[in-house]
Design a protein around this ligand. Structure first.
Ligand SMILES: Cc1ncc(COP(=O)(O)O)c(C=O)c1O
Length: 453
C-alpha cells in the first residue's frame, strides 16, 4: 500500500501494470494530482500526497451556548513542560516543529557574521518598539495582506503570547469579560485567567469558527470587552476561517466597539501555500490587534514576536517597556538578517510541504491504530490534530497512561475551562515521521481503547 510521501510507480511501470498507454497513465496521474492525491516533483516523478483524506471522519460540532467558567489546568501544564524537557519522551504534546525543519545552518551563519562584525551587538537596549531593521521586514510582509502597514505600526515582543498579553492589558482590566473560541489554546486561557479577567467561551465550529450569533448574545449579556481569536490554522481545530467569516467577525465587533486580539502565530503555515488574510485586514475602526511571532516557522527559542495594535499602539509600547523593558537584541538581529536575505519564503515553502506530509502520515496512522469511531481533524495548516475519541474514552486517563510510557499528548479539557472535551486529545505532528512515531501511535491507539471513563 502506498502512503503519504511514497513515490508512485513511473508512468511506464503503470502503463505496463495496467495495460494502458503512457498517455492514459499520465492522464490518470494528472486527475489524481488535480484532486490533491498526488504531487508531481520535477525530475523525480509523482508522489503520494493525501490519500483517503476524505474518508477519515472529522470531529463534530457540539451545539452549546456561550458561558463563563474558571480554569483548572495548572497541573497538566506543569507535566507538559517537564515532559517537553524529557529527552526520552515521544512528544505529541507541545506544539513545536521538529528542530531539523528549521534553517539552523543559515541562522547560525548569520549569528557568526553579526558577532564578528559587531562584537558589541547587545550592549544597548532595543527599547520599544524594538529593532527598526526587524520592524521594517515585518511591516513589509504584513502590508502584503493589509496595504499601508508601516514600521511605525509594529512593536516587537517576546513571542506571540506576550503580544496577546500586551494586547489584552491595553484594552481590558481585571474583572472584564473576554470572549474566546472553545476549544482554544490553553496559553491564552491561562493568560486571561492570570490577569483576573473573566473567560467567556464561545462555541466554535470546526470549520466556520466562532458561532457569531452566540458571540453577539455574549457581547450583550456579559458586556464583553475584547475577543481573542485565531482565524488562521486554529489551535487546536486547524481551520482557516473563510474570508466572509473574518469580515463578519470584524463587522460585528466593530459595530459593538469590542476590541479583537487576533493570534496569527500559525498564519504562515497554511498548507495550500497561499497566505490567508487576517481579520485585521477587514478592520475599519483600528480595533483589531494583530499578534504573531516566528516561533512556529523559525526556532522558537529566539522568542521573536510582534504586535500591530492599531489605535492601541502607544499603550502597548508603554506596557512592553514597563513589563520587560525591551526584547533580546541578538535574536531580533538574526531574524531580521534572515528576512532581509530573502531566504524566509523559500524556507516557508519547504516547511509547509514537510509539515503537510507529516500531518497526513499521523492522520493515516491514527485512522489505522485508534479505536473504531475515532474522528480526526483535517487541518488547513499548522501541525496540530484535534482527535475525537469514542464517547466513553477518558482523555485524562489516556494522558496519564501515555505519560507512563513516555508518550506525551494533550487531553481535551486543557483547551477549555471546566471539564469538557473529555474524549478529545490534541496531537502535535511537528516531528519528522519515523517508525518510532508510528510505534508510539500504535501504542497510543491501544491505550485509547483501554482508557474508559
Ligand atoms: C495559538 C498560539 N498562540 C501563541 C503561542 C505562543 O507563541 P510564542 O512562542 O511565540 O509566544 C502558541 C504556541 O504554541 C500558540 O499555539
Amino acid at each position: 500500500m502506498l502512503r503519504a510521501g511514497d513515490r508512485a510507480p513511473s508512468l511506464r511501470e503503470l502503463s505496463r501494470q495496467q495495460r494502458v498507454s503512457v498517455t492514459t497513465a499520465l492522464q490518470s496521474y494528472m486527475w489524481l494530482e488535480n484532486r490533491g492525491y498526488l504531487e508531481a516533483r520535477a525530475r523525480s516523478g509523482f508522489f503520494v500526497r493525501q490519500p483517503f483524506a476524505s474518508e477519515i471522519p472529522e470531529p463534530q460540532f457540539e451545539v452549546s451556548s456561550a458561558r463563563e467558567r474558571s480554569l483548572g489546568v495548572d497541573d497538566i501544564m506543569q507535566d507538559v513542560f517537564s515532559a517537553a524537557n524529557d529527552p526520552a519522551a515521544i512528544g505529541f504534546g507541545a506544539g513545536c516543529a521538529s528542530p531539523d525543519l528549521f534553517p539552523s545552518r543559515r541562522l547560525n551563519l548569520n549569528l557568526r557574521r553579526i558577532i564578528h562584525r559587531d562584537p558589541l551587538h547587545s550592549s544597548r537596549y532595543d527599547f520599544p518598539p524594538g529593532s527598526e531593521q526587524l520592524r521594517r521586514q515585518i511591516a513589509r510582509r504584513a502590508s502584503d495582506i493589509e496595504p499601508g502597514v508601516s514600521l511605525r505600526d509594529v512593536v516587537i515582543t517576546d513571542g506571540a503570547l506576550e503580544a496577546v498579553s500586551l494586547g489584552l492589558r491595553a484594552v481590558a482590566r481585571p474583572g472584564d469579560a473576554i470572549a474566546v473560541e472553545s476549544p482554544t489554546y490553553f496559553g491564552i486561557l491561562a493568560n486571561i485567567a492570570s490577569m483576573g479577567m473573566k473567560i467567556i467561551e464561545i462555541p466554535t465550529h470546526p470549520q466556520e469558527g466562532m458561532d457569531l450569533n452566540e458571540l453577539e448574545r455574549a457581547i450583550r449579556k456579559h458586556r464583553i470587552k475584547a475577543c481573542v481569536t485565531m482565524p488562521n490554522c486554529h489551535n487546536p481545530l486547524g481551520y482557516v476561517l473563510p474570508d466572509k467569516h473574518k469580515r463578519a467577525l470584524a463587522d460585528l465587533t466593530g459595530r459593538a466597539n469590542v476590541a479583537v486580539i487576533e493570534d496569527d502565530v500559525y498564519g504562515d503555515l497554511a498548507s495550500d501555500g497561499t497566505r490567508p488574510r487576517t481579520v485585521k485586514s477587514f478592520d475599519k475602526k483600528g480595533l483589531v490587534i494583530l499578534c504573531s511571532s516566528f516561533s512556529k516557522t523559525l526556532p522558537p527559542g529566539f522568542r521573536v514576536g510582534w504586535i500591530i495594535a492599531g489605535r492601541f499602539r502607544a499603550e502597548v509600547e508603554r506596557l512592553k517597556f514597563v513589563t520587560t523593558v525591551a526584547s533580546n537584541s541578538l535574536g531580533q538581529r538574526v531574524v531580521a538578517d534572515f528576512l532581509e536575505s530573502g531566504g524566509y519564503d523559500r524556507h516557508l515553502k519547504r516547511l509547509r510541504t514537510a509539515i503537510a506530509l507529516q500531518v497526513e502520515n499521523v492522520r493515516q496512522a491514527i485512522a489505522r491504530y485508534f479505536p473504531a469511531g475515532t474522528r480526526i481533524s483535517r487541518p488547513a495548516g499548522g501541525h496540530l490534530l484535534w482527535v475525537e475519541l469514542p464517547p466513553k474514552t477518558d482523555s485524562l486517563k489516556l494522558y496519564q497512561a501515555a505519560l507512563a510510557e513516555h508518550i506525551t499528548i494533550l487531553p481535551g479539557p486543557v483547551f477549555c475551562c471546566g471539564n469538557r472535551y473529555r474524549n478529545y486529545i490534541r496531537i502535535n505532528c511537528g516531528h519528522k515521521w519515523s517508525e518510532v512515531y508510528e510505534r508510539a501511535l500504535l501504542k497510543l491507539g491501544r491505550l485509547a481503547s483501554e482508557a474508559r471513563a
